[in-house]
Design a protein around this ligand. Sequence first.
Ligand SMILES: Cc1cc2nc3c(=O)[nH]c(=O)nc-3n(C[C@H](O)[C@H](O)[C@H](O)COP(=O)(O)OP(=O)(O)OC[C@H]3O[C@@H](n4cnc5c(N)ncnc54)[C@H](O)[C@@H]3O)c2cc1C
Length: 372
Amino acid sequence: MSINFMVDELATVERLLPGLDQRLREVPVAELESDKSPGLGIFREFGGPALMVPKELGGLDATLVDALHVQRVLGARSPSLSLAANMHLCTVIAMPPCPATEELLGAVAKDNLYLASGFGEGKPAASILEPLMKGERHGDGWRLNGTKKPCSLSKSMDYLTASVMLTFPDTGATEMALAIIPADTEGIEVRPLGDSPVLLGSETCEVVLADVDVPDDYISSLGDPQSLNAALATVFHVFELLVSASYVGAASGLVEAVLRQRRGTAAERMELVGDLETTMASLEAVARAATPGGDDPLGVARALYVRYSAQRTVERVAAHATELLGGTAYMISGLSTTFFTSARALAFHPPARSAMAEPLDRFISGEPLVMP
Ligand SMILES: Cc1cc2nc3c(=O)[nH]c(=O)nc-3n(C[C@H](O)[C@H](O)[C@H](O)COP(=O)(O)OP(=O)(O)OC[C@H]3O[C@@H](n4cnc5c(N)ncnc54)[C@H](O)[C@@H]3O)c2cc1C
């Protein structure tokens, strides 16, 4: 049955990654959402890692709106794949320049490599802008120690990009930086994270670094977190939009099932679709309004407003669609169980809504935007 749902998004995927959607549809959801998911392998096979790499470096040169479309479709097929792909795509877009950046992005496009993103460190209420992972000067480079968790893509990653706090030996001054580390570097260990059966296909684990040596060329400054500088503005701008689209995708997977099975009333179906379309339109509007890369606090604030609004919509729509799909689907088929639980995780991506309330309130009152 042909339905008018996610029409533009599916067209974008077909234009940029032809055949991907059909291929993903052929894999049972339970498989895509398992810890042995073929999802990331399939996305790689269709050239997904090159999506946001600029054309001059051999990539597909997709726009931010294209990426929102792709993330929504991925989320509708597999929330796990969408989340893991999101970490890679955001890293590609927001990678601050360092001598190795162009070469790395060229290799990402040519060989379809994956970049994992390690910012979170598993400490409750800790700022992701104050990494505990330490870098000490060692020879011509830096020696890193610490742990990143939860860290998605941890089994398929070709490179780990990790936030680190460098200490300069001459002055004792510290600086936050991003380190780019080949995944097979000695001293990197991937450990299971826990027993939570959520988003298993995203390969979200703990990545431990013990005396990992990184040359200078693979380190780039993330600047002073007290001011929302251009590097951090880009990171948050693209992350908030793309992570929202990923979970709009998870809710869309549930709504698609409601539409195909003609569940609920006409009014209920219209409301579910309308709520998701409204959210997608707001994400696209913010994506179109500004080019990430500038020092644009208003753009970041807008991305946060639409992300928190998306969070509420996804929560409501996923719960309603799950109810309409019924108890049998919930207890036996597993689709609504996995998608509903996965959709809730949008709340857990930084910055948490409550953590961001005071900083956004101060920004609205005319003060600079400072991320918590
Ligand atoms: C599925 C999944 C995949 C992930 N993958 C990655 C990844 O690949 N890379 C990565 O870097 N990270 C990843 N993360 C981790 C993420 O970036 C966060 O670091 C992590 O989820 C934060 O955990 P937490 O909710 O316990 O945070 P906490 O900061 O402990 O927040 C818990 C709650 O406390 C409250 N709170 C916290 N701080 C404040 C404050 N200042 N003021 C008021 N209230 C506050 C909020 O209500 C918040 O929801 C992933 C997370 C999930 C769920």
